[in-house]
Structure formats: structure tokens, C-alpha cells
Design a protein around this ligand. Structure first.
Ligand code: 13P
Ligand code: SF4
Length: 333
């Protein structure tokens, strides 16, 4: 099968870099994971960008906001976080007395890496009137320096709720920050950082796919550059993409975000066609960090209860406040 992009999908068509697990192995591993989960009274939380086989064994699949809300209220003894490291850290901050494990502790994030806490502290020291709104994609140490945390799903609400007399500093994603300013009219000092995966979508690559599918609306993540966002019919978090696609009367929809999203969308809207937006050089767009997690590693982390997230008590205390402030503002009508 080939589509109008002229690129031949290979096998599991949107996940072109991995060899799929043989069905018997997939089945056995999934069953063992579910049995271990029950034995340990564990909960498996997975981000929308995880590989399909992880999404399929998870108790909850969602965006960063949904995942932190789940982490805040789960009764389980063990939280298994299938996402990237900062997400598992957030779960630990909200549940300091629980065991939090993740399949691969090297699953980082370019946004987190681009914003070291000492550099942020230096910038904050230049203006005592700064009110720091921090995207959740950052280390616990950066959260501890923040006034409030946000996700792509609630950033507009959080910025609208920020004190009017303060100068807003938005870190660490300049694209999300610029989009929030467009939505709220609130000027902000932006930290120069970006998601290495989302900035791979370009105006040219998106224009081409729009030309190939003229009737398909385009949904883009706010981590995309302005040149891409301006071509989109909707700009939103991964969870809000699910709602948009369910409501849309369109039969085909172009999705400009990480490719794991396509599996979730196909499950939620089986009657629609989802077209992964291409980057400049390749049809897929994968976050190499999100894709470090595999079903085998998920199995092993349940079996060994490792690797675990451990944080200093002082960091947990300081980082918890801005996360709780976010959860409280998010829950407002
Ligand atoms: P959301 O799923 O919260 O929209 O975030 C996307 C992302 O890049 C997470 O790393
Ligand atoms: Fe970070 Fe981008 Fe990967 Fe999300 S998709 S974890 S923002 S590098």
C-alpha cells in the first residue's frame, strides 16, 4: 500500500524504526506484566507517545496533565511510569512515599536538558519581579525554582491566572510560550529551548502534506514552530487532539506530533484515517527518548522494581508547591 505522500509504509506503518515483537512473545510478556502488576498492587501510567504494546497494557494513557492528575490520586503502592524521566519525577514528587519506577531511566527530554537549574536561577536573579511559569518538561530542580507549573493542556489557563502585576518568565519551551502569548495577549520573557522532535516539522513539509490531503484538517502540538502552527486548524495538547478528532466530521485528519499518538487516535476513532505529518526528511516523527521504553523493559522494571526515581526531600518539598498550584488552577471551572 502506498499513499499520496509517495512513501511506502513498512509493516507497522507509523513505527518504522522498530521490528515488531513476535505475537507469541508479545502475548506472553503482556500477560506477565498484568500478573506482576496485580501482585505488586501497581498502576501503569503511559504517555500517548509510548509504543502501542505499552499503551495496550497501561491502566491509563494520556497527556502530561492527565498523567499528573492520575499520579496525584492513585491508590496503588507502586507507580510504573511509561514516559520520560521528568514525568516519573513528577509522580514521585506527588507520591514521595510510594515506589515510582520507569522502564528506562535514560529516557530524557531535549527541553529538560536545555534548561539547567543554575542557569535558570541566574536569569531569575536579573529581575525580582519575575513570576516563573514552567512547562512540566523540566527537571525537579527547575520545578523547585518555579512559581507554577503548566502543561500544554492547561498553559493558557495557568498564564491567564498569573498575577497581573508580575513580569512573566516562561521556561523552557519558546514555541509553547509564544503560542500561549498569542492566545492570552500576555507578553512573556521566553527561555530559548525547544522540543527537538516537534521542530522537525517544517512549513514546507506540512504544506506538501496539506496539498496531498486537501480535505483533511491539520492538528498540531503547540511545541511546533509558529511556521507550522499557522497552517493548523487546531493547536492543542495530545489529549485535546483526541477530543478534536472525535468531534470532527472529517474522515481523514493530519496529525503533527510524535507518532505514538496515532495508535491512541486509531483506538479512540476507529472509523477515521490518521495521517502522521511528515518532517523534512522522513515520514515518521519519533521522540527517541519516549521510544527508549519497550515492553521488555517494562516487564523487567516491574520484576526488579528498578530503576526507581529517588529525589531529595528538600527538592520534593519545593517542587511540590508549584505542581499543586497547577493542579488547583486546572480544576477551577
Ligand atoms: P502533552 O502530551 O502533554 O501534550 O505533551 C507532549 C510532550 O511532548 C510530552 O513530552
Ligand atoms: Fe521532550 Fe519532545 Fe520527547 Fe516530549 S517529544 S519528551 S518534549 S523531546
Amino acid at each position: 500500500m502506498s499513499d499520496m505522500t509517495g512513501i511506502q509504509p513498512r509493516g507497522n506503518e507509523d513505527f518504522v524504526t522498530r521490528t515488531p515483537l513476535p505475537p507469541a512473545r508479545l502475548d506472553a510478556l503482556s500477560r506477565e506484566i498484568l500478573a506482576l502488576k496485580k501482585k505488586l498492587n501497581a498502576v501503569i501510567l503511559a504517555h500517548n507517545y509510548q509504543v502501542p504494546e505499552i499503551q495496550d497494557v497501561a491502566d491509563f494513557v494520556g497527556d502530561s496533565l492527565g498523567l499528573s492528575q492520575q499520579a496525584a490520586k492513585k491508590k496503588a503502592d507502586v507507580i510504573v511510569f511509561c514516559g520520560v524521566h521528568f514525568m516519573a519525577e513528577t509522580a514521585k514528587i506527588l507520591n514521595p512515599h510510594k515506589i515510582v519506577v520507569l522502564p528506562d531511566q535514560d529516557a530524557g527530554c531535549s527541553l529538560e536538558a536545555g534548561c539547567p537549574a543554575p542557569k535558570l536561577a541566574e536569569l531569575q536573579a536579573t529581575n525580582p519581579n519575575f513570576y516563573t511559569v514552567t512547562y512540566i518538561n523540566c527537571s525537579a530542580a527547575v520545578k523547585a525554582l518555579s512559581d507554577v507549573i503548566c502543561t500544554s493542556g492547561n498553559a493558557v489557563k495557568i498564564v491567564n491566572a498569573a498575577p497581573k502585576e508580575r513580569d512573566l518568565l516562561f521556561v523552557p519551551d519558546e514555541n509553547l510560550g509564544a503560542w500561549v502569548t498569542e492566545q492570552t495577549g500576555r507578553p512573556m520573557t521566553l527561555w530559548r529551548g525547544n522540543c527537538y522532535a516537534h521542530v522537525e516539522f517544517t512549513h514546507a513539509s506540512i504544506t506538501r502534506i496539506r496539498r496531498d490531503f486537501p480535505d483533511a484538517p491539520l492538528v498540531a502540538h503547540p511545541e511546533c514552530t509558529r511556521a507550522v502552527r499557522m497552517l493548523a486548524d487546531e493547536v492543542c495538547s495530545t489529549e485535546k487532539m483526541v477530543g478534536f478528532c472525535k468531534r470532527s466530521p472529517a474522515k481523514a485528519i493530519i496529525i503533527a506530533t510524535e507518532s505514538g499518538m496515532i495508535h491512541r487516535l486509531r483506538k479512540e476513532c476507529p472509523d477515521k484515517r490518521f495521517i502522521p505529518a511528515p518532517t523534512e526528511n522522513c515520514r515518521c516523527n519519533e521522540c527517541r527518548f519516549m521510544k527508549m521504553n519497550t515492553l521488555e523493559k517494562l516487564h523487567d522494571c516491574l520484576l526488579n522494581l528498578a530503576p526507581r526515581v529517588e529525589l531529595r526531600g528538600e527538592i520534593i518539598q519545593r517542587a511540590r508547591l508549584p505542581i499543586e498550584r497547577m493542579l488547583e488552577i486546572s480544576a477551577r471551572p
